[in-house]
Design a protein. Structure first.
Length: 384
């Protein structure tokens, strides 16, 4: 059977970049992957054909020879070695296994590999993400939250092995349990020895021959777990905490993923957070501002009494030390800043009008020049 043009196989132009070729191959490989097309001979042929095309086109030297001499230039058509006899599935996986990344494994929700390349693979469960909503009081004091998470936990029937009974699992014949295979490749530089993940066991070193009936061989099942999270004081909206090993359990026993906790802050009805400080807008009546008063202001834990001096001007900021939030690094505590506004009546009775009219020309009611400057100086930074 005549071989198809490699560029045509991958569906790329003759001048395609290495990246385009890799992308195109990945697409074909995923499309025709045997996991997705079980028992489909045609898909398997297409999968092999794509792998062969990629093997040549991804190697600049092979590609050059192919461009110049066609299939003969890369030994495909005539020689017994190389691709003459076709690539076995094992070859393809061991050679190009890494191109698949974490896409295959037949188990949704799991990703990532622990361990190093070329050693036995240790599965790692995926991270779990949860959101935790806190009010300012909880943020100020720190809080313990119990939350229910749905996650993968080790199957209690097989203790995470995925195998039914003690004879349900055996050491992988291909790699003899070490999880890697050594391959001798003939390159123009001579023979090269490469180690890749064992295609038979996927690097685990063992194979489940009789699947656990509870978890269908996965070693994990979905379950609810109540997790107690200790949230330190001073956290803020958008911060992420993590708890090692509290995420999903790994397939066939391995390292658990982490639990990532995203902090959400519930707005306080009266207080506004500014990092570790809190802001409160206090509205005084004209007599309160002029005569002085004792008022109550909200704080995180209840109310605080605040003395207003006679003649307090709008725009004045009163500071209640250490009534803010603790810093997460425990470098002190913020303040509660009380910003004073004065309410000017919008409607007046005739008696009130009369009273104010009587005060209109009173010397103490005339805006004082020094006071004007004082007030201006508070806002000056806004105009600089
Ligand atoms: Zn099980
Ligand atoms: Zn193996």
């Amino acid at each position: 059977m005549a071989k198809r043009d490699y560029y045509e196989v991958l569906g790329v132009e003759k001048n395609a970049s290495a990246d385009e070729i890799k992308k195109a191959y990945r697409k074909k490989a995923i499309q025709f992957h045997p996991d997705k097309n079980p028992g489909d001979k045609q898909a398997e042929e297409n999968f092999k054909e794509a792998a062969e095309a990629y093997d040549v086109l991804s190697d600049p030297q092979k590609r050059q020879r192919y461009d110049q001499f066609g299939h003969a230039g890369v030994g495909g058509a005539s020689q017994g070695g190389g691709f003459g006899g076709g690539m076995s599935m094992e070859d393809i996986f061991s050679q190009f296994g890494d191109i698949f990344g974490g896409h295959f494994g037949g188990f949704g929700g799991f990703s990532g590999f622990g361990g190093s390349r070329g050693g036995r693979r240790v599965n790692r469960g995926s991270d779990l993400r949860v959101k935790v909503k806190l009010n300012l009081k909880e943020i100020a004091n720190g809080v313990e939250k119990k939350i229910k998470v749905k996650k993968y936990v080790p199957c209690s029937h097989c203790h995470g092995s995925g195998a039914e009974g003690s004879d349900g699992v055996k050491t992988c014949d291909t790699c003899k349990g070490c999880g890697v295979v050594t391959r001798i490749a003939n390159t123009i530089l001579g023979q090269m020895q490469t180690q890749t993940t064992c295609p038979t066991c996927g690097g685990e070193g063992k194979i489940v021959v009789k699947k656990c009936t509870e978890c269908n061989g996965e070693g994990v099942v979905r379950d609810d777990e109540i997790i107690t999270i200790n949230i330190p004081s001073g956290v803020a909206e958008g911060m992420q905490l993590s708890m090692n090993g509290k995420g999903n359990a790994a397939r066939h026993g391995g390292i658990n993923g982490d639990l990532l906790i995203l902090i959400e802050e519930e707005p306080h009805p009266e207080l506004i957070r500014d990092e570790n400080d809190l802001l409160y807008n206090l509205l005084l009546s004209v007599p309160q501002a002029a005569l002085g008063a004792t008022v109550e202001v909200p704080t995180i834990d209840g109310k605080a009494k605040l003395k207003i001096e006679p003649g307090t001007q709008p725009g004045k900021v009163l500071r209640l030390r250490n009534k803010g939030l603790p810093s997460i690094n425990s470098y002190g505590t913020g303040d509660l800043l009380v910003n004073v506004s004065v309410y000017i009546p919008e409607t007046l009775s005739s008696t009130e009008k009369e009273t104010l009219n009587g005060l209109k020309n009173s010397p103490n009611f005339q805006p004082d020049k020094t006071m004007k400057e004082k007030i201006f100086s508070r806002f000056k930074h806004l105009f600089d």
